[in-house]
Design a binder for this molecule. Structure first.
Ligand SMILES: [Zn+2]
Length: 333
């Protein structure tokens, strides 16, 4: 058993499966983009995001993304993301991108510019970045289906799957509205995931399974409130992409109040992620070190979560095998 120090965790090849590109702009990048447009920051740079007020936080997120108005600026964001991955030892990630935040650049320009830069990023920073375009929960069925149609027609190999995010409570149940878009995505060979069981209860998780046909759920932790649903996650081999620090900022008052240990005990397969790392002033290595310290996890335990990420990744089996070998070689070394 190896002690999971932060430096040992940083050196371990890792995967991140629940991260929003919108929440990864380093402060220096925000300043650079704002300066280029000659606009003033809405709040001080080191205190840009105020999580105590969700609507103000979302407005800031939209403001930051609206600074990206050209393919060239999108490339800066992808480059920044790749550099961050390298600093943390992330070798594979599926990043969620919700085009509705990026008001100044249509997704038909944004996503190709990102994908193209991630080709170069793979060489420069050693990280394989796949894209998960995401529906905003408040969008219409037609908007969701148009996004999926575009994903299929784009031919962009880095687009790995479809996601839905946004406030569940504010939008109400959306499973039926997006069922067709999800069926189209699955038919096109995309992986499908959905945010559920965070801002609303177990119903959203059940809808995601029954109506959207997902194999993973982002968050999903409130499934614990219903034992039969928790058991179903285990029986159907559904992976929860869990973000503990994020949940402890919004959903639960403390880590002690989080159902993570109970989900683990129930045998639910989980991955560990940051959600919006810059917003939460963290990164994956720091998050994992915090979790390992709290729950007494060894480096082997942390590697186990990386294997869950590989198992549930939306990529081909050769890529998965290579990732498994890298993780195991690092542990053995
Ligand atoms: Zn999320």
């Amino acid at each position: 058993m190896t002690i999971a120090t932060e430096s040992a965790i940083r050196a371990l090849p890792k995967l991140e499966m629940h991260i929003h590109l919108e929440g990864t702009f380093d402060p220096a990048l925000v300043q650079q983009l704002a300066d280029a447009r000659g606009v003033a920051l809405p709040r001080p740079l080191d205190d840009l995001y105020d999580l105590s007020d969700i609507s103000a936080f979302l407005r800031t997120l939209d403001w930051v993304c609206s600074l990206v108005a050209s393919a060239e600026e999108a490339r800066l964001v992808a480059e920044n993301f790749g550099r961050r991955c390298q600093q943390q030892g992330i070798v594979y990630t599926e990043v969620i991108i919700n085009p509705t935040h990026w008001a100044a650049l249509p997704y038909s320009e944004l996503l190709p510019a990102l994908a193209e830069t991630f080709d170069a990023v793979e060489t420069t920073y050693g990280v394989d970045v796949r894209l998960l375009p995401s529906i905003l929960r408040q969008q219409s069925a037609a908007e969701a289906e148009a996004l999926v149609r575009w994903m299929g027609e784009s031919g962009i190999a880095r687009i790995a799957g479809l996601s839905v995010d946004g406030n569940e409570t504010a939008a109400g149940p959306t499973g039926e509205r997006f069922a067709r878009a999800y069926a189209m995505a699955r038919e096109l060979g995309f992986g499908v995931t959905a945010h559920a069981g965070e801002s609303a209860g177990p119903d959203g998780v059940r809808d995601a399974l029954d109506l959207l046909g997902v194999s993973r759920i982002d968050h999903g932790v409130r499934a614990i409130e219903e034992p039969t649903l928790t058991r179903r996650l285990v029986d159907e081999d559904i992976t929860l992409n869990v973000c503990l620090r994020s949940n402890c900022s919004i959903l639960y008052p403390t880590l002690e109040a989080h159902p993570f240990p109970r989900l683990l005990e129930a045998g639910v397969k989980m991955t560990l992620n940051t959600d919006d790392p810059v917003v939460l002033k963290t990164d994956l290595s720091e998050e994992l070190a915090w979790i390992a310290g709290h729950f007494g996890f060894s480096l082997e335990d942390i590697a186990g979560f990386q294997h869950h990420a590989v198992d549930s990744a939306f990529c081909d089996s050769a890529t998965k095998q290579a990732l498994r070998e890298r993780i195991d070689a690092a542990l053995a070394g």
